[in-house]
Design a protein around this ligand. Sequence first.
Ligand code: PXP
Length: 251
Amino acid sequence: MVIRQKRNGKATLTMPKLGVNIDHVATLRQARQGIDPEPGYAALICEDAGADSIVAHLREDRRHINDADLNLLRKIINTRLNLEMSCAAEIVGIACKVRPDQATLVPEKRRELTTEGGLDVVANFKKIKNTIAKLQDHGIEVSLFIDPSKRQIDASKKSGARIIELHTGRYADALDREQENSYFKELEDACIYAKSSELVVNAGHGLDYFNTPKIAAIKEIEELNIGYSIICRALIIGLKKAVMEMKRLCV
Ligand code: PXP
């Protein structure tokens, strides 16, 4: 927990919100191309555990979350649905129909294992600006997933987005303490700069049970979006119970 502000002389404790990315549940389902595990069910468990939003990425190649998942999530989620998506016309059309509470625009490459870098808002300004306008016209809040750079923050502000999500991947993948400190400082400076530009600042990618607390202590951050480490941990802490349940059936 972090002391964020003082009200009436008293310290108030606040923490960033947590968005849980459930793509990895769908990845596991796709390994057998069946119906288990069900991402919608996982989303409800995340909400029950306190998640403030559910994040899902409808990729152009549908490698994990598919259209049916998205429609179901839209119906059952009680918090907020944050749809990660590229600017591809087909996906934008789907978002306008499904109307998630928020769309997070991310770069997408077919052969990447996960979103590799931030969106280059400077280089793709016109396309991104037009996509934001279209989504906002459909009542969808738009966030841009960008690297912690002033140029990208300035371009994001100019594009009409009101929210950015800073890519924490370089910090998370730091090879030693010196690199980690340097990438952390880069993120912290970017958070302060973006907040002073009146943008809502979120962050995510590669955050786990070790590297998250330092990021969660940056007071400008409103929400962290985390997926992989949570699903991995769920598997490990849930495995004993799952085996015990099966053992009881083997009588
Ligand atoms: N935020 C964005 C924009 C992402 O693309 C991802 C990965 O899908 C995440 C957050 C979550 O990253 P991780 O799964 O590494 O926690």
